[in-house]
Each structure stands twice: as structure tokens, then as C-alpha cells.
Design a protein around this ligand. Sequence first.
Ligand code: CTP
Length: 407
Amino acid sequence: MLDGKRILLVVTGGIAAYKCLEVIRRVRERGGHVRCILTRGGAQFVTPLALGALSEDWVFQDLFSLTDEQEIGHIRLSREADVVLVAPASANVLAKMASGQADDLATTALLATDKPVVVAPAMNPAMWEHPATKANMAVLEERGVHRIGPAEGAMAESGEWGMGRMAEPDAIVAALEGLLGGAQAGLLKDRRALVTSGPTHEAIDPVRFLANRSSGKQGHAVAAALARLGATTTLVSGPTHQPEPAGVNVVHVETAREMLDACLGALPVDVAVMAAAVADWRPADAARAKLKKPAKGGKSAPPSLKLVENPDILATVSGRNEGRPHLVIGFAAETDAVVENAVAKRRAKGCDWLVANDVSAAVGTFGGDDNQVHLITADGVEEWPKVSKLAVAERLAQRIAETLKTA
Ligand code: CTP
């Protein structure tokens, strides 16, 4: 699945560096080619000889190496790859990438590349949780850097437990496959997709509205993943701060009713993925002027809101006799009895698949970067590992492509 793909692997300092040997092996098994840059920190944990033997290529270490520069040059090194993978990515390299430093070969290549970059962070949980690392990672993701992991587990060096273990080689390779697509880039060519994302805003008066905590990250990632596989994709988005995904036709809406209209306008499609957190209710009559408190000294009860139900977009699209998409997929936001509720919801909504996630505050799904989901289909329930929302989107897009292949 990585046939002919060239991966530039940047190995930075961390005990997890040993796992990158396995990453090289698996990429090569899948027909890909790996060329390595090893930082000084990385060389404390894994040798150039091991990387070179497994990759069967030169291992680059020194920015000012005359022989390396004459052979290939650091700019070409970063451009000749199809993707740059930093694994393990230390807190230090994330900080340097975020601030644009280029003081060694690895950071120079990362600054010079025009190719997608994937980082697999690995560090002590306290370092991962530090506001500085969080801010650096947020900046990088905002700029389009893809992240895989870290995962939760025991730390090798301290016996501590927490978030900071590098993602497993299989997950890293799957992320590369999802990103590069390879022969799959055209898997959804000639297919049309509709995705909803984000919250809806329901006006109370001209300045106030009812909304929810949806960030739009997951829905936008699904639209981007479908477009990468070649689908002609319409994304109907409520108000979010997400950048518009490349190659996607984005329709901006505010309310549930506008979202429904935009969705019906986008039909017919082969697949509809309803990831928006649509407000179930809206104020019955939005006030035309701003609601005011009584004048000073006056007394009155606070206004009470009369709510009416919004249209159910997922159920409407699922229930269409004419022009029903071949595959209709809903998302379920649950705070308890996640699987039971989701199984019932799939039936109630009439959709084909339901992606169920736990949005209880402790899990941090809303606004967070990771998602742990269950895929509910007519055949049963699958538990997917906790990965980034991007990886959930890639996996879902792959499944959609497999299913539509036989449709
Ligand atoms: N949905 C929709 N239109 C609505 C409400 C929900 O299209 N008016 C879709 C969402 O996009 C999602 C699925 O229905 O794909 C489930 O959303 P969720 O909020 O979990 O379910 P609700 O139907 O709102 O049920 P409840 O809040 O009672 O659990």
C-alpha cells in the first residue's frame, strides 16, 4: 500500500527510537522506501548502522557534511520525499519546529520541506502535558502538521504511567498509508460525498444564541479524508474555527434549518456523513430586538425560553425514498451507556452506520484532538483504538471506500 512512496524519517532523541526500526521494516514490507536523518539525541538511542542496514540507504546526520551535501544536499533531501515522518518526535524538536529554528540537519530539512509532515510525539507525560508543549503542538497542527499519538502507557525510563508513549509502529504506518493513499488516492473518484460538521447556533435574540461545544475537528477531518481519496465533497459546516479543508466545497450555515436545506441541496451523493452536533431545539420565536432587563427599580421574572424541536437532518436524509445516499453515517455523542444508546440510535435514525463517541467531560472529546469511537453497523459493534481525530477520519474514509467499491 506504500508502493514506491519515499518516507524521510527523522529520528530524534528518546527511548522510543528503537521502535522506529520496526517502522522502517513495515514501510519496506509495504513497498515504501525510507531514508533517515538521525539527530545527535537520536544517535544516543539507535545507531546509524542499524538504521542504514534496515533502510538500505545512507543515514544523514550532519548539516555541514561535505560528502552528504555534495551527494544530495539538505534541501533536496527534504523535497525528494513524499512525506516527512518525525518518530520519535521529542518535546525539543516540536518546540524547534513550532518556532522555525533550523540549527541542525533535521530541523533544517523540516523547515525546508514542502511535503506533508507527520510527527509521532514521545516523551515523559509531564513534558507532554506542559503548556509549552501543548502550545507548540497546537501551532504545528494549525499549520497542517499531522500528529499520531502519543498513547497512554508505562514510561520506559521512570516507571511512570501516563500519556506520552510513542504510537505503535502499526498505527504510524497506517497513518502514513492514510495520508499518502498511494494507489488509493483515486479510490473515491467519481463518488460524491456530503459531510456535516460543527455546532449550529439557534438565535434567542439578535445577540444571543443556543449552541454546544462541538469544535468541528472531526467533521472537517472526515471531509478532508474523503476529498483526499478523490470524492467530490461538500462540507456543510456550522460556525467553527476550523480552516477550510483543501479541495472541499464548503457551505457555511448557522442554524439547523439552514443546515438541512444545504444538505438537501447537495444531494444526490453516494455517501453522507453527519458529524455535526445539531441543536435539537431552537427558541420558538427569536426576538427581533435584544431582550432587555427591566429598567432600574422595575421587577420582572427573567424571560423563559420556549423551545421547539429542530428538524433531524440525519433521520431526514436516511428516510428519503428517492435519492437516498447509498451509505448514510451518523455520529452519536453520548455521555453514558455509549454503545447501548448508539445501537438504539442507529435504528431510530435509520442510518447505515453510526460512529459513537463518549463526550463525557472526563474523556475530553469535545474540542480535544483524540477520539475513541465505536463503529455500529447492522453487523455489530467494532471498538476502534483511541487515536487522533485525523486517524479516525482516515480509517472511516477507507471503510467508506471499501464499501462503495462493491456498491
Ligand atoms: N442529528 C441531526 N439533526 C438533529 C440532531 C442530530 O442530523 N436535529 C444527527 C447528528 O449529526 C448525529 C446524529 O444525529 O449524526 C446523532 O446526534 P446526537 O446529538 O448524538 O443525537 P440526538 O438525535 O440529538 O439524540 P440525543 O441528543 O437525544 O441523544
